[in-house]
Ligand binder design. Structure first.
Ligand SMILES: Cc1cc2nc3c(=O)[nH]c(=O)nc-3n(C[C@H](O)[C@H](O)[C@H](O)COP(=O)(O)OP(=O)(O)OC[C@H]3O[C@@H](n4cnc5c(N)ncnc54)[C@H](O)[C@@H]3O)c2cc1C
Length: 537
């Protein structure tokens, strides 16, 4: 059958959150534009990306204007909450807790992505974007300066679409980056994830914690409305409430440090891992997994060398992915969509593009690399230690509020920039990278000395919250003082580690693969005397 021919200004491949947001922004900015969305799925299923943070909430509230939808159909979120454990923790009530005391001041949400993505796609269509659904893009022929050609399979047979601009919004498929050889793995950050949705997960504020901590203070806000993390050396388990009463539960781990237990089906290995921690066991007591809703992803992070050229661009996950920890996925989607829609509008107005495209690529690739280095490299070594993670959380969230969330709230969309890409952000990038490296080093030392997680039982570290503006900067001297105190308190660990392992701590990240040592056990929670692995978590 001869393909139908079709011409548009912008063809967006993928109608998920990023693709439909981009189409919506373009049509709102210029209703005369012919924008076509090509979406493979007839209906969206549940995805991950269920916890939004403050920048993506700003994007959804102020740029996409989804306020009514978010407050009526999704769930408000009260920040992050961490639960730690060591050998003294037998129930969640024994675990050290780190998280909000009160509700957050700046909005963020727990999201059912199937509902949100359908809503944004419907808005883009109502705004005049054309939607072919289901339709699958099978081939791309790019021409610098356009028009480019897409070969599409639709319910009515094949079609050939010519577009001045084509945008890849295919998510982790990252079709364009792979075709152009621009996609690269990030082997120095080897993380994996498994997740599922459950009914009947234990309610943090129901029959679980309140009874046990009667008269002992505790958080003022509902803990169940935080993104709850059960953390250990090398991994975090998330628990995210969804609007229909289900709970999303998943684990992300650094494969250098631990792994799922061996043997059995994926579901058994996943649930075995969850039940191996005291809080995980309680969390999952009586929980029933939704049928056919179990997902595994190996090698989560990847980077893209260049996210736009003259006539093509990538948005959302198609433009790179770092780590779900702290939930930056929808922030990245908001950033890439906002900047790309402006770029395409400028191009269609006939402006000179070479410099703008180069500037955009520089901004995104520099920001992405620094984002990885400042926050994520080796973080899984220290996230399971309450003292080390408590320090990191304070500094990282404070600087996120100051440098990333404040400018767009105060000055509008023009003030939005990719974190760490502007020259003014360089000292903050260096500061965060310094802290991240020091904390990872202290964690490795503690693991070797057998002192990892010494404050993981019985402590409540409840933070009064963060606000927009310069007040967040007060955390810099406070965190420096905390780091110095931690370094001093860790001095005996150097001797203990030497005594236990008869081997110095690795001097640099490059030496890391040798530690923990390879072996059959799923997890090296600590490095005991004869370097015998202990069971995990
Ligand atoms: C384990 C894990 C946990 C996460 N948790 C969070 C979190 O808590 N918070 C957060 O903000 N982010 C999170 N993320 C990231 C988040 O899921 C993504 O950033 C987000 O879903 C990206 O949306 P997208 O629209 O770019 O891609 P997608 O949502 O994947 O959409 C891509 C769309 O393209 C369509 N498509 C693909 N190929 C074709 C084709 N050839 N033709 C036509 N259509 C096509 C697909 O059907 C799909 O609808 C997490 C990611 C992982 C892996």
């Amino acid at each position: 059958m001869k393909p139908r021919r079709f011409e548009v200004d912008v063809a967006v491949v993928g109608g998920g959150f990023s693709g439909s947001s981009l189409a919506l922004l373009m049509r709102r900015a210029d209703p005369s534009l012919r924008v076509l969305i090509l979406e493979r799925k007839e209906a969206f299923d549940r995805k991950v990306g269920e916890s939004s943070i403050e920048l993506s909430a700003w994007f959804m509230l102020r740029v996409l204007r989804l306020g009514n939808h978010l407050f009526a159909r999704q769930i408000p979120k009260y920040g992050l909450r961490f639960w730690f454990h060591n050998e003294k923790v037998h129930t969640l009530a024994d675990a050290s807790e780190l998280g909000n005391l009160y509700q957050t001041r700046v909005p963020s949400f727990h999201i059912d992505r199937a509902i949100l993505d359908e809503h944004v796609l419907a808005l883009a269509s109502a705004e005049g974007a054309l939607l072919w659904r289901p339709s699958r893009v099978m081939d791309w022929t790019l021409h610098d300066g356009g028009p480019s050609t897409l070969e599409v399979e639709t319910a009515d047979g094949p079609a050939r679409v010519q577009a001045r601009w084509v945008v890849d919004a295919t998510g982790r498929k990252a079709t364009l980056a792979r075709r152009l050889g621009l996609l690269h793995p990030i082997p120095e950050h080897p993380i994996r994830a498994v997740w599922a949705r459950y009914q009947g997960v234990r309610d943090f504020d129901g029959d679980w914690l309140p009874g046990r901590e009667e008269g002992k203070g505790g958080a003022v806000c509902l803990r169940g409305l935080s993104t709850n993390h059960l953390v250990g050396a090398g991994y975090w388990i998330w628990s995210i409430p969804l609007p229909d009463g289900d709970t999303s539960v998943g684990v992300v781990w650094d494969k250098r440090i631990c792994d799922l237990p061996k043997g059995g089906s994926l579901g058994e290995r996943f649930e075995g891992f969850l039940r191996a921690t005291p809080a995980g066991r309680e969390l999952m007591q009586g929980a029933v997994r939704r049928e056919a809703d179990l997902h595994l992803l190996n090698d989560l992070p990847y980077r893209v060398e260049k996210i736009a050229g003259d006539g093509w661009a990538m948005v959302g996950d198609a433009a790179g992915f770092i780590d779900p920890f702290y939930s930056p996925g929808l922030d990245w989607a908001g950033l890439t969509c906002t900047k790309t829609s402006k770029l395409i509008l400028d191009a269609l107005r006939g402006e000179k593009m070479a410099e703008k495209i180069e500037g955009l690529n520089r901004e995104f690739t520099r920001g992405f690399r620094r984002w990885v280095e400042a926050l994520y490299l080796d973080k899984y070594f220290y996230m399971g230690d309450a003292e080390l993670m408590g320090l990191a959380l304070r500094l990282e969230v404070a600087l996120y509020y100051f440098g990333v969330v404040t400018p767009p709230y105060r000055e509008g969309i023009g003030a939005l920039s990719v974190p760490f890409s502007a020259p003014v952000s360089e000292p903050f990038y260096r500061l965060l990278r310094f802290f991240n490296r020091r904390l990872a080093r202290l964690a490795r030392l503690r693991l070797r000395a057998g002192t990892y997680g010494r404050r993981n039982a019985g402590h409540r570290d409840l933070l009064p919250g963060f606000a927009l503006g310069a007040s967040s900067l007060k955390w810099i001297p406070k965190c420096l003082a905390m780091l110095i105190a931690l370094e001093i308190r860790s001095l005996p660990d150097y001797f203990a580690a030497r005594h236990r392992t008869k081997r110095p701590a690795p001097a640099s990240r490059e030496e890391l693969p040798a530690f923990p040592p390879p072996g059959p056990s799923p997890c090296y929670f600590s490095a005991p005397r004869r370097r015998r692995p202990r069971s995990c978590p």
